[in-house]
Design a protein around this ligand. Structure first.
Ligand code: XMP
Length: 481
């Protein structure tokens, strides 16, 4: 037995000491950061890979606002890849491999295909993918006979304006404008469809100036991966669907199987950044980085829905984790992601000040419109459900998914949960929440006299506080209206 030399601290144990500042307005503060080397985000916020937090709607909203979402892995490989594809197709200057159909497809079926994919038009092609025309929702809705074939209602090739593979953004915009059209198929030299530019995407391209995008203008998205053999297939399918980053997510990430998984992934996908975690020690960061991780997620048992510390006795208070891990992370050029336990914008500022490059949020985002699941009513108020990925029901669902069958009653009792199911207040949309959090962070950075997160790392000075100091820090001695 050995006692750790330091006392572990977390967010409520400290405050940041205000510093002389030359920052006159919060708007000059730059919150941009590296997710991994090579991928910059305008805001240092990631939505957690929990099944009550991140699927495609959350990932789209997060990327729009300048962060990123990590799609959870508690679904089939194909379902996860489909969610990735939804994000990648959502916008982008050029949609790659747009959905194409044969001219003989019935109008009815074409309508169904559009509904399923959530899109408003299909490319009509021959069996070698040569463009024959376009059919849109409008053509389908106005068709008198939905059993007829698509070719009877499509706009034929002679009427379709096309773009080339290397069409500059401005020219595409001009074509859409001048011809008053919604869709611009992208064709190669042989008139084969290779992409699609839509008016909606061009408009959206300007609507979210901070969006986290890849080199093709598509929103970025990450996927969570486990450490089993089949997770290599999961990774490949998701990378093929366009995932920008793989997140090896294990409760105890400082383990041989996680390290081996990171090595395997780097071997199989040398160009794909891999984030690994979770760990709670500098040694954990070093071992995962040496295995090839581009960034490391830190935090064990700090999450709002976690009971790991209660059930196992293990964990380290989160601010200490971040500060200690960041020392190694910074020296190795590995961004640290502070995952779990963030409740306020003040906590975000503290996590970054302690050395994190970004934070991962779970329950703070679980109450939004964009998280999976519907809102529930309790006592006349709206709530959404959030559950730990090691909670009883999440374990049951995962096991049922693995063996394509429901669990027997007695098998429920064999599970040792390390998370809980809970409700959080409904909070509206992600953009509004992020606006509040970012406003607080910007103010916080200006109190530290720091225009950038790097400066915050340098300037931050923490002071430990007592119970009396904590009491003084909240609203006190008044009745809040
Ligand atoms: P917050 O506090 O943002 O934390 O809701 C989200 C993070 O909590 C982790 N997580 C778990 N940890 N048991 C745990 O010990 C669980 O069941 C569980 N589910 C999620 C995870 O790191 C997430 O990002």
């Amino acid at each position: 037995m050995r006692m750790h030399k330091e006392t572990g601290l977390t967010f409520d144990d400290v405050l940041l000491v205000p510093k002389r500042s030359s920052i006159r307005s919060r708007s000059v503060v730059d919150t941009s950061t590296l997710l991994v080397p090579g991928i910059r985000m305008a805001i240092p916020i990631i939505s957690s890979n929990m099944d009550t937090v991140t699927e495609s709607s959350m990932a789209i909203a997060m990327a729009h606002e300048g962060g990123i979402g990590i799609v959870h892995r508690f679904l089939s490989i194909q379902q996860q890849a489909d969610l990735v594809q939804k994000v990648k197709r959502f916008e982008g200057f050029i949609v790659e491999n747009p959905i194409c159909v044969s001219p003989q497809l019935s109008i009815e079926e074409a309508g169904q295909r559009m509904d399923d994919a959530g899109i408003g038009g299909l490319m009509v092609v021959d069996d070698k993918k040569h463009l024959l025309g376009i059919v849109t929702t409008r053509d389908i809705l106005l068709a008198p006979d939905r059993l007829k074939s698509v070719e009877t209602v499509m706009k034929s090739q002679s009427q379709v304006i096309v773009a080339s593979e290397d069409e500059p953004f401005e020219e595409a915009r001009l074509k859409l404008h001048l011809h008053r059209i919604e869709k611009l198929p992208v064709v190669d030299g042989d008139n084969r469809v290779v992409g699609l530019i839509t008016a909606q995407d061009v408009i959206k391209f300007h609507k979210h100036p901070l969006a986290t995008k890849d080199t093709k203008g598509r929103l970025r998205v990450g996927v969570a991966i486990g450490v089993r053999e089949e997770d290599i297939k999961r990774a490949k399918t998701c990378v093929d669907a366009g995932a920008d980053v793989l997140v090896v997510d294990v409760a105890h990430g400082h383990s041989d199987h996680t390290i081996r998984m990171v090595e395997k992934l780097k071997k199989s996908f040398p160009d794909e950044p891999v984030i690994a975690g979770n760990v709670a020690t500098p040694e954990g960061v070093r071992d995962l980085a040496n295995a090839g991780a581009s960034a490391v997620k830190v935090g064990v048992g700090s999450g709002s829905i976690c009971i790991t510390r209660v059930v196992t006795g293990f964990g380290v208070p989160q601010l200490t984790v971040v500060a200690e891990c960041a020392v190694v992370g910074h020296s190795m050029g590995i961004p640290i992601i502070a995952d779990g336990g963030i409740r306020t914008s003040g906590d975000i500022t503290k996590a970054l000040a302690a050395g994190a490059s970004s934070v991962m949020l779970g329950s703070l985002l679980a109450g939004t419109d964009e998280s999976p699941g519907a809102a529930v009513m309790r006592g006349g108020k709206r709530y959404k459900i959030v559950r730990g990925m090691a909670s009883l029901t999440a374990n049951v669902d995962r096991k049922s998914l693995d063996r394509h069958d429901e669990l027997e009653d007695e098998e429920w009792g064999e599970i040792i949960p390390e998370g809980v199911e809970a409700i959080v207040p409904y909070r509206g949309n992600v953009a509004d929440i992020l606006h509040q959090l970012l406003g607080g962070l910007r103010s916080g950075m200006s109190y530290a006299g720091s225009k950038t997160i790097r400066e915050l790392w340098k300037n931050a000075e923490f002071i430990r506080i007592t119970d009396a100091g904590r009491k003084e820090s909240g609203v006190h001695d008044v009745n809040v209206l």
